[in-house]
Design a protein around this ligand. Structure first.
Ligand code: F6R
Length: 366
């Protein structure tokens, strides 16, 4: 049932082009120039009149929420707060009936996320679910929702759930941007077209697997690892670090690149691999200076860059190229090599990739 792959995780990484396609299939109607999502269409006013959107989730789903924060604020100009469900539920949060809460959960069974939903509902918020498992508790408890349609995710480490969550949230943001009149028809069209190019660009990114495996062999015995990104790719840095620690048991941390000089840079020496997510977009020049700061302290740089990039190639120890795309869609591509890197390192270290120690696929207790 692993379809010829050695592990479910690898199978699920490779399923992403298809999973992303399945997520927007029937929703993204580029010919008609529209996005159709029943859960949004039927509750459009709730979203349009919302003072803010609060996103609650745990783990990888929380990282997808952080990406969505950039997407919603940047494209749809709606203020967003992203919360760990476990903190939100116990914090006596200020919630009103003008708030929309989006709960993100692959399993739809995460206890803290479910409790956060119940709390928000009691306070009158409209609650929308983004789940993968059809008919799950969270899918039933929310007022409306949109499934990710990623197909079953068996590996404990979440992979295709993450990229499909981002895809669904992107569809919602684009729809709202259009409805609010923020997007012109041509800008909207540009996004729809590029979203449709993503599955083949993910496919192309997966072709870097061999190179990523070679890099994995070099760093598999490192005790620590840092992941850096800015903007849309800051949450990807967090996700890359989580993926490495949970399946390979290597200590890893993700940081916004500019935070380096506020502490973590003290960790840099010739032993420290630093993975920098640096597509040629928004904060590119600033990332180059961050890379220079690390290099001058002899850190090892593994950079995820837009293919054809030459400036970073001169500075980095390794570069992994990804196809060019819109800045807000880069997380769907930059995530892929980080998943593969964790996978190969974990396999090389003899770890049980699909069932890492101490972890469960659904966390149904708090
Ligand atoms: C990481 C991972 C976990 C889950 C988290 C939330 O790879 O799998 O961090 O993302 O337990 O689970 P869901 O999305 O099912 O609510």
């Amino acid at each position: 049932e692993k379809g010829g792959y050695e592990h479910f995780m690898l199978k699920e990484i490779y399923e992403q082009p298809r999973a992303i396609l399945d997520t927007y299939r029937g929703r993204l109607l580029s010919q008609q120039g529209l996005i159709k999502m029943a859960g949004i269409d039927q509750n459009l006013e709730k979203f349009q009149n919302a003072n803010r959107i609060i996103i609650v989730a745990c783990g990888t789903s929380w990282h997808a929420g952080l990406v969505a924060e950039y997407i919603f604020e940047d494209l749809a100009r709606i203020p967003v707060e992203v919360e760990y469900a476990s903190e939100f539920r116990y914090r006596n949060p200020v919630i009103t009936d003008k708030d929309v809460l989006i709960a993100i959960s692959q399993s739809g069974e995460t206890a803290d996320t479910l409790a956060a939903i119940k709390l928000a509902k009691e306070k009158g918020a409209f609650v929308f679910g983004v789940c993968n498992v059809v008919g799950s508790s969270i899918a039933r408890e929310t007022d409306a929702g949109a499934y990710t349609h990623a197909g079953p995710e068996i590996g404990v480490a979440s992979t295709k759930a993450f990229t499909t969550q981002i895809t669904v949230l992107m569809l919602i943001a684009l729809k709202l941007a259009m409805k609010k009149g923020i997007f012109s028809q041509s800008k909207f069209h540009e996004f729809l077209t590029e979203l449709e190019n993503i599955p083949s660009k993910v496919e192309q990114t997966l072709k870097q697997d061999k190179l990523v495996k070679e890099i994995a062999a070099v760093y598999k015995d490192s005790p620590n690892c840092l992941y850096l990104g800015r903007g849309y790719n800051f949450p990807v840095a967090l996700e890359g670090a989580l993926k490495l620690k949970e399946i390979s048991y290597i200590h890893a941390e993700g940081y916004p690149a500019a935070e380096m000089k506020h502490g973590p840079i003290a960790l840099i020496d010739e032993q420290m691999p630093v993975i920098v997510i640096a597509p040629k977009k928004g904060h590119y020049e600033k990332l180059i200076s961050n890379i220079q700061e690390i290099k001058s302290r002899k850190g090892k740089i593994i950079a995820v860059v837009t293919e054809g990039d030459t400036s970073i190639r001169e500075l980095a120890d390794h570069v992994i190229g990804i196809p060019d795309t819109l800045e807000s869609l880069t997380p769907l591509l930059t995530t892929i090599p980080l998943q593969l890197l964790s996978y190969h390192i974990a396999v090389m270290r003899g770890c049980n990739v699909d069932q890492p120690r101490n972890l469960a696929k659904s966390v149904t207790v708090e």
